[in-house]
Design a protein around this ligand. Sequence first.
Ligand code: NG1
Ligand code: ZN
Length: 529
Amino acid sequence: MDAAILSASSKHPKPVDRTFQYGTAGFRMKANLLDSVVFRVGLVAALRSRKLGGQTIGVMITASHNPPEDNGVKLVDPMGEMLEQTWESYSTELANAPNESLIAVYQKLQEDLKINGETPARVIFGRDTRPSGPKLVTALVDALHATGTEYTDYKLLTTPQLHYLTRCTNTEGTPQSYGEVSEKGYYEKLGEAFVRAMKGKKTVGPVTIDCANGVGGPKLTELLKYLPKASEGGVEIKIINDDVLKAECGADFVKTKQRAPPSSKAGKNERCCSLDGDADRLIYYFSDAEHGFRLLDGDKIATLAASFIGDLAREAGLAQELKIGVVQTAYANGASTKYVEKTLGLPVVCTPTGVKWLHHAATKFDVGVYFEANGHGTVVFSQQALKAFHSKNPESPAQASALSTLRALTDLINQTVGDALSDMLLVETILAHKTWTPREWDLTYVDLPNRLVRVEVADRNMFKTTNAERTLVEPHGVQDQIDALVAKFKDGRSFARASGTEDALRVYAEAATRSEADDLANKVAALCK
Ligand code: NG1
Ligand code: ZN
């Protein structure tokens, strides 16, 4: 095997002057730098699968909302979760091994981790629509062949579909089976759960879906075949931006620019949403005659889902039994946190940026709703919650109805990871049940004006935080200066943290008015420079 790895790796040499790091989004950079990285990720996947007794590991080749010339690669653990933390450093180590010592580093990892090289290894993989995808797949396949790994190439997939397939593969034929192991199985599961969750309720008017010219376009088109027609209790969906990746659209554009994609022709008060390049983020918005563009971001999706599921749990007589909570990051708007705690009466937990932290914290609840403000998130249900939804004897027709909706939601929601297609169907279901227009949803609470600025600093690693990234411990004294500034602003809140995906510092601020939020953000940014 070592000879095979050696010979294959010579086709994918590491550029000598580069260092790579497995970050919050796996490895991500210009696609022409990724060849050796993807090859070595293939080696890591084989090791990880063997370490876990031959369970299947997922590999996704995508750079999400990044420009078309970028690409990236990340690993998915057997239950569809993000790669375990310690393996991020093994991946980094292998990616950076000099060409001549690659085999030695690989062997050492195998020994240190007590991995039996004879254990079968299995991998499944997919990619988004970037032109560089197929070539990177070649590098991955070379590593899988060299390590004697069985694999399935699912070709084009959304990131959440790959997470779904990874979990289905590993639970096939067990009582924990997550669904049929195929792309079709994914659509069937969502389509069928959507019909059950809707209960004959109707959506009003169309929803315009901006597919960010990513892989969500073709996959949404496919999903539509499994959904009822609008006239028969489905949703009227208008797809836009399902061509090749380009700027001026997508969830990240809408969230950061706070405006609709120019290509959107939706009318006033019509529901609109945007996916990102690999369809794991979702942002809703609409335009109101009085206020213009209105954003319904990840915080608004989280609060909508938490309020709906909280009500259903009460109607089902399970409110006492089940712990429902919301997980956010420091970027969640302060008004959303207050709304969840005060109006919905639910606990909020704040974690560092990166969905793996949110996901982990959400699993501590029976129903854990987690979303980043940028639209990446989902809901996870504990075994106890699933058992209660299936085994509780309803004492009234209303209880029976609430229980069956809850059961449908557990199938409609992709519990492995944030999934824009599944989240979109969830939002549509909730709005139909509540008979809400986007305006009514928007009115649940008013976002505090906020500003996010990217600050170029000499060394972002100088900035060290605690308290879920809300407090700077280094450089010394900076946090005291931030606190002093914040105290001068009504409803002021601000924090600075090093980005995990870009070489920069991010400063976030919110305050009672737009100009004060801008002012606070700029002042905090200035003192961090
Ligand atoms: P960084 O670059 O660490 O701020 C960004 C997003 C995260 C998360 C990751 C992974 C913001 C402010 N940050 O992280 O929420 O999505 O990318 O993609 O949106
Ligand atoms: Zn994404």
